[in-house]
Design a protein around this ligand. Structure first.
Ligand code: ADP
Ligand code: MG
Length: 210
């Protein structure tokens, strides 16, 4: 895989499409344990991102990721805006002025994203958040000396398992934590959007470049 700036923009556009396609679903999940805005927040944010980055194909990958992060921070309401925004901004920092990315960069990007989310949200695994989907995926990628398409597929599966896991646990962070034990039985919206993002990246990387 070689992802240049144009392909990176394509990947982010695909993330935006899949988030938008799941807008109602994410909002429905958030209506059970939150305030019913996660799908609306995320879809609005990624729509703004696609507009902001559309003319950035001549810029480096770090700038595209940083612009994505800054746009999410400024357009996504709720807890998830600063969290996802920080994730993309951190990813942009580690990528720097590279104009092409490979699977090993993907590990570095997702590690930086996870570190950013944990720094900002102070969540650990098992608290029913984004971390429950993202950390297992990063752990899979870290488990081998080099990352390839097959390993990334396993990482996406691990994120999906992480989403399932959130159904059985109590929310300790964010709005859902106000519900205490009543948050059990519901899948976490943020973990779900993280899985959707990772699955979209996987899909985009396995498509022929247009
Ligand atoms: P809000 O809860 O402010 O309405 P959203 O509905 O957009 O924001 O996002 C809710 C999601 O944010 C939750 O499902 C959870 O996954 C994630 N979240 C909340 N707090 C944290 C945190 N401290 N760390 C990681 N993720 C969090
Ligand atoms: Mg909400």
């Amino acid at each position: 895989m070689a992802v240049n700036s144009a392909k990176l923009i394509e990947i982010i556009n695909l993330i935006a499409d899949d988030i938008n396609a799941n807008k109602e679903f994410l909002t429905e999940l958030d209506s059970a344990i939150g305030d019913a805005d996660h799908g609306i927040n995320m879809s609005k944010g990624f729509k703004a991102v696609t507009e902001k980055i559309s003319a950035m194909a001549d810029k480096d990958c770090g700038s595209i990721l940083k612009t994505t992060g800054m746009t999410l921070v400024s357009t996504v309401g709720g807890a998830s805006g600063p969290l996802y925004g920080t994730a993309f901004m951190r990813a942009g920092q580690v990528v720097g002025n590279k104009t092409e990315l490979n699977y090993d960069d993907l590990l570095v990007i997702l590690e930086a994203a996870l570190a950013g989310i944990k720094m900002r949200g102070k969540a650990e695994k098992g608290e029913k958040t984004i971390v429950d989907a993202l950390e297992p995926a990063v752990e899979v990628l870290r488990s081998s000396s080099s990352v390839d398409a097959k390993l990334f597929e396993k990482a996406v599966e691990a994120a999906k398992d992480g989403v399932e896991y959130t159904k059985g646990i109590i929310a300790k962070k964010g709005r859902a934590s106000y519900l205490g034990e009543r948050s059990i039985g519901h899948q976490d919206p943020g973990a779900t959007s993280t899985y959707i993002i990772l699955a979209a990246i996987h899909k985009a990387l396995n498509e022929k470049s247009s």
